[in-house]
Every structure is written in C-alpha cells, then in structure tokens.
Design a protein. Structure first.
Ligand SMILES: *Cc1c(COP(=O)(O)O)cnc(C)c1O
Length: 380
C-alpha cells in the first residue's frame, strides 16, 4: 500500500455553516431531541421536497422504516415484500416487528425492484393465504426505481408502498422528488449519505396527521396526561437538536453536492467509455434523475480479457483507494436464509459483478487522477 491519503467511497462533506447551527443549540441550551434546529431542518426538507409532504426527523433511516411498518399496522406473522438487492436497513425492521420478509428480485435497468417479479410474488402470497401488508421499494444508489410500474402493481392489489429513499435525497422521477411517492418514505443522514448529520433519518408523510402520529410514536407514545400514560408501545426515535443543526447546514449545500456527485458519475462514464466489458450505472432515460450517491460499475469479465470485479477492487486497494462490491442481496444473507424469494438471478449477478467506486462530492482533481491511473494501468 502507498502512503497517499485514503480515497473513500463516500465521506462526510461539510459546507461550513453547520457549526453555526450547532453552536446556537448550545447557546440556547436546546440540547434535547426537539428544538429549533429540528423544526428548522424539517421545514428545510419539506420545502426541498416541494411542499407537498410533511417531514418528521428521526434518529436514523432504519428507525423511519421501522416506524413506517408500525404506522401501516404490520404485526407479528404478517408478510412484507422487500426489494432483495438493498442494505439490511431496508429489511431488518420487518424482523423487528416479528413479520416475515418476502424478497423480490431487481430488474436490469435501474437495479431496483422488478415490477413483474413483484406481481408474481403478490399473486403467489395471496394464493398461499396471506396478502402482503406492505411493499418496501428502494431507490438504490440514488437511482429511482420504476416508479410508475411498481406503484401500478401496488395500487392494483391495494398494498401500500414504503419508499426507502435513504440513498436518494435529491433524485427525482418525471420531475417529482424521490421520497414523495410512497404511502410513507424514509430518508437517511448517516455518515456516508449524500448529506449527513453524523447519524439521523426522517420520515416523509403525505399528511400532517401521519406526521403527528409518527412523532407521537417516536417519543414513547405518551398519552395526553400530566403523568406518563401509555396505551401504545412507543419508541425513542426522535432526532437530537444538535444533530439537526448539522442537517440545517448541510441543506445549504445539498444541491451543490448532488451536482458534484453527478460530475463524479460523468467522470466514470468518460473513464470507462473505451473499456470493453464495463458498464457504468446511468439513468435509463430522461424521466430519471439520479443524485448518483454512489457511482457503480458492472464488469463482464468475458469481455475484459478476464479482469473481474475483484481484481479491480484489489488494484484500487493497493493504491489506498476504497471500492466495494454492490449490496449482497438480502435473500442470500444468513439472517434471511428462510425467507421466500421471487425472481431469477438479476440481484445475484449484480452482487457478483458489480463494484461501487469513490463517489464523494469532496473528491479532488488529484483523487480523480489517482483513480484514473489505476484503471488505465489495469486495462492497458
Ligand atoms: C442507509 C440506508 C438505510 C438506513 O439508514 P440509517 O440512517 O443508516 O439507519 C436504509 N436503506 C438504505 C437503502 C440505506 O442505504
């Protein structure tokens, strides 16, 4: 390994104003899971998403997905459909509820949930006696899923869609923001996401009533009484006012950072333009706009003279550059080994042959030159 600084896949990128909001919290003693920064960050997000939805800031994206299941009434032994090709934060909350995940394969254009396999799964589960209670669809790596086709199937069977937009803040489909398509949607501000609060998340709701319910559940479900009275199980899932201060600062640079991530994607498109057997994930057509949170490639080693995903990863590693295989599908994970799966081998092939490349908005020209050098040397 060389002594040059590590190039990360996606590292936090502060805009400069974050500390001002955090200091305000100290100065006014709002060191609590509520306060002006939480309200301000929620207002910023609401406006960013087009003012059609409400936003409740939470402790993580996983917490948002968990509460979405609770709000949709998912209970023990219910079935919930989930895109298999995703991060475990999408699917673990199904287990938190004691419910059963039913995994569905991806399609090849956006790499997200396949509407055909989705319908096959719904039909078969109904035939077996249980109609799924919800569908979790994910805009993976920032790429919108096939919004119209997926929601058409969900609507036909009257099953609510939980939109996992953890990786897709700033992405849109036909001009509509990701996070506004689902019955409920989750955002994440974890350390590696397009904007970060160090850790955090949010629920996006179509109505003020649903936001109120979400906040109620996220603050231990306290009934209206002078003492502590609980008639429902609550959670401690609200966002801290300190953390929300970082979020307010990050909102000032969100669009700029989306632009820089998209530039990184274009850098890879150009870099691999003449390399046979490497495909960079891009929008299938103009309806789709990805924030390109992570830029990803698919390697066809039959066309690269045998160079495979792993060789590329190791060549980067040698130069102290981080890259990572695509998400390992949930139906292949030990914790979900008994869960049913519908589809073929699309997600499996993506995992076998796909690689995420350094994509941060803070990468420099020097970083890009180091990345380029690895690829040029490997393929010449
Ligand atoms: C990050 C992420 C989550 C979970 O968000 P956290 O804030 O880390 O809990 C869920 N789904 C996807 C697809 C993610 O990338």
């Amino acid at each position: 390994m060389n002594n040059l600084p590590k190039i990360w896949l996606s590292s936090p990128h502060m805009g400069g104003e974050e500390q001002k909001f955090v200091n305000e919290a100290f100065e006014t003693n709002w060191i609590a899971p509520l306060g002006p920064n939480v309200n301000g960050f929620e207002a910023n997000l609401k406006q960013y998403l087009g003012n059609t939805h409400e936003v409740a800031c939470l402790s993580s994206g996983t917490a948002a997905l968990h509460l979405a299941l609770v709000q949709l009434g998912v209970q023990q032994n219910d079935e919930v459909i989930c895109q298999s090709f995703t991060f475990c934060g999408s699917s673990n909350p199904i287990l938190y509820q004691g419910a059963h995940p039913i995994f569905v394969d991806s399609e090849e254009t956006t790499w997200n949930i396949c509407p055909v396999a989705l319908e096959e799964a719904i039909k078969d589960r109904i035939k077996k006696g249980k109609k799924p209670k919800a569908i979790i669809a994910v805009h993976l790596y920032g790429m919108p899923y096939q919004v119209e086709a997926v929601h058409e199937v969900a609507n036909r069977y009257k099953i609510p869609v939980i939109e996992d937009a953890a990786e897709a803040l700033g992405s849109h489909f036909k001009g509509k923001n990701c996070g506004t398509f689902g019955s409920l949607a989750a955002l994440s501000f974890n350390g590696n996401k397009i904007i970060t609060t160090s850790g955090g998340g949010a629920m996006v709701t179509p109505t003020a009533e649903l936001k109120k319910e979400c906040v109620f559940l996220a603050t231990q479900a306290r009934d209206d009484a002078p003492h502590y009275e609980h008639s429902q199980i609550g959670y401690n899932y609200r966002m801290s006012n300190l953390v929300a201060g970082v979020g307010r600062g990050q909102m000032l640079v969100l669009d700029k950072h989306v632009g820089l991530r998209r530039k990184m994607n274009q850098f890879y498109v150009n870099l691999f333009k003449d390399v046979e057997g490497i495909k960079v994930l891009q929008e299938p057509n103009e309806d789709y706009f990805s924030n390109h949170w992570l830029s990803c490639i698919l390697v066809d080693s039959k066309k690269t003279k045998g160079i495979d995903r792993e060789q590329i990863r190791l060549a980067f590693l040698k130069e102290n550059i981080e890259s990572r295989p695509l998400w390992k599908p949930m139906h292949m994970q030990p914790i979900f080994k008994n869960a049913p799966f519908y589809g073929t081998n699309v997600a499996e092939k993506l995992f076998e042959n796909g690689l995420c490349l350094p994509s941060g908005s803070n990468l420099t020209e020097e970083d890009r030159n180091r990345i380029k050098k690895v690829i040029v040397e490997l393929f010449n």
